[in-house]
Write a protein that binds this ligand. Structure first.
Ligand code: DUC
Ligand code: ZN
Ligand code: ZN
Length: 495
């Protein structure tokens, strides 16, 4: 962002006038001139066909949520409550202008067909721009040799794998196979890191004893299961020199393991989410099945873990703050397939958060003095774009960037309620929280899509974002003597 200079007679499509513009690195008083959907000028006294008065407001890059589940089936086949319309509308109301949902392969699925199906749905319904990640549950020859390289070629440069769940998890050998493709063709491997054996062994014993309430979900997903899996995935990544990003990190131990790996030069990135900053296992401990509303994997922990997550975000150990929006209704279609009799093993895992991710961090991070406004932008937008290959098209307010902008009223008071949010779950885990600061006007590629509490966006206006090879996904290029014995290891890297 350059220093603003007075500019006259330069008529833009739209000017945001008199606000405080903040990016991940700078804060300044400037008008923002927008032409053809892009930021065309930052300056003083810009003129435009339409002018939005932003005096007293913060003008921030729209949020990028790089971890959301939309129109996805859980590993048990339970459908998400949100489709690409409701999910993106909810995102927009919360100041998020780009999402990155998963195209999820289940064991029996052909990956190319999975991708085609998600692409068609998003194209028809999304109101904001989107990139895709893949979930790989069946790394057979077709997936590895044909479908993954083809998807990477289409700009889908990240895929997630699971170390737990009977129907999703990969063996260490399969993980190494997927890592080898990611490394060779230029993609970032995202990892759900929990030890399957610990969780399933404990859960089996609990169910046998009749301990089936939601609180046992948190008990079975031990801190040690996250710590062990993080340690193992980092070890595997070092074996094949493959950069990784560990999603939804929740524990003191996990964060410390990542910190140590980063300190010895391993390329490991990490993410945490609102549920690990603002909820604890106590929220799950409610009568009957009510705690299901707060059950996600890994589960929220305790105050010490919350503090470690804040610290990790502050010192950069944790790279991004995403919602992991995994929306399920609190009824038989979602969380409670067997009504009041549903055991913690049968509930879909996940909480909604696509809309409140930014407002929660604004209130309890920025307004509470834990983070600066520039750190707020970094954690909610810029780092997502940098990590996943969208920067500077997205993630900043600079000449040439897409005009994806949220205008925040930093003093607006909002009480969270299920009626405030626009997703399809019918509840929010943050009911009753008092927030200060709200994105009152939201622009996507220069179009005002939310204003005065109303949506002004056509279904299907969102565009697919092919992504470039970002710096984080490039291997270190280490000499690894054992690997040098493999003929495939010596093929040139693509990006
Ligand atoms: N992992 C996620 O990332 N989201 C929902 C459930 C899960 O296990
Ligand atoms: Zn996960
Ligand atoms: Zn998720």
């Amino acid at each position: 962002m350059s220093t603003p200079t007075p500019q006259q007679g330069n008529t833009h499509d739209l000017v945001i006038r008199g606000g405080t513009v903040a990016t991940a690195t700078e804060t300044l008083q400037a008008d923002v001139g927008i032409t053809g959907g892009k930021v065309a000028a930052l300056g003083k006294d810009l003129s435009g066909k339409r002018v939005i008065d932003a005096a007293g407001k913060l003008v921030l890059p729209g949020g990028i949520d790089s971890h959301v589940h939309i129109e996805q089936l859980s590993s048990f086949g339970i459908p998400c409550a949100d489709d690409f319309y409701s999910g993106t509308v909810s995102a927009a109301f919360g100041g998020t202008t780009t999402i990155m949902p998963f195209c999820a392969q289940h064991r029996e699925d052909a990956l190319d067909k999975v991708l085609a199906s998600y692409s068609a749905s998003a194209k028809a319904k999304a109101v904001i721009d989107y990139g895709f990640h893949l979930i790989i549950a069946n790394p057979n020859d077709k997936t590895l040799d044909t479908d993954l390289p083809a998807a990477i070629g289409q700009g889908i440069r990240s895929f997630k794998i699971f170390m737990t769940y009977d129907r999703m998890r990969l063996s260490d050998e399969q993980i190494l196979d997927v890592m080898s493709v990611a490394r060779r063709d230029g993609a970032l491997l995202m990892v759900h890191a929990e030890n399957h054996g610990i969780i399933s062994w404990l859960a089996g014993k609990m169910v046998k004893q009749g301990n089936v309430a939601p609180r046992y979900h948190a008990i079975c997903h031990t801190r040690s299961s996250e710590a062990e899996a993080i340690n193992r995935i980092i070890t595997l990544a070092e074996v094949v020199d493959c950069p990784i990003l560990i999603v939804h990190v929740s524990t003191v131990e996990g964060i410390e393991t990542i910190r140590q790996a980063q300190a010895r030069g391993v390329k490991v990135f990490a993410e945490t989410c609102p549920q690990y900053l603002f909820l604890t296992a106590k929220d799950i401990d409610r009568p009957g099945v009510l705690g299901a509303a707060f059950c996600c994997s890994p589960p929220p922990r305790d105050e010490a873990a919350q503090e470690a997550c804040w610290q990790g975000l502050k010192d950069g150990t944790l790279t991004v703050y995403s919602s992991d929006h995994a929306p399920y209704k609190m009824d038989a279609s979602g969380k409670l397939p067997n009504g009041d009799k549903t055991t913690f093993k049968e509930m879909a895992n996940g909480v909604p958060g696509i809309e409140l991710r930014l407002p929660l961090l604004f209130t309890f991070g920025y307004k509470a003095g834990r983070i600066s406004i520039n750190e707020f932008v970094a954690l909610t937008s810029a780092r997502h774009a940098q990590t996943y290959g969208l920067y500077p098209q997205k993630g900043t307010i600079a000449v040439g960037s897409d005009a994806d902008i949220a205008i925040w009223d930093p003093e607006k008071k909002v009480t969270v309620s299920k009626d405030l949010v626009h997703d399809n779950t019918g509840y929010t885990p943050y009911e009753g929280r008092e927030l200060t600061g709200w994105p009152v006007t939201v622009l996507s590629r220069g179009d005002v899509i939310v204003e005065g509490g109303k949506l002004a966006a056509e279904r299907g206006r969102g565009r697919f974002l092919p992504r470039a090879a970002s710096e984080p996904l490039r291997p270190l290029g280490r000499q690894i003597p054992e690997m040098a014995q493999l003929s495939a290891w010596n093929t040139p890297l693509k990006p």
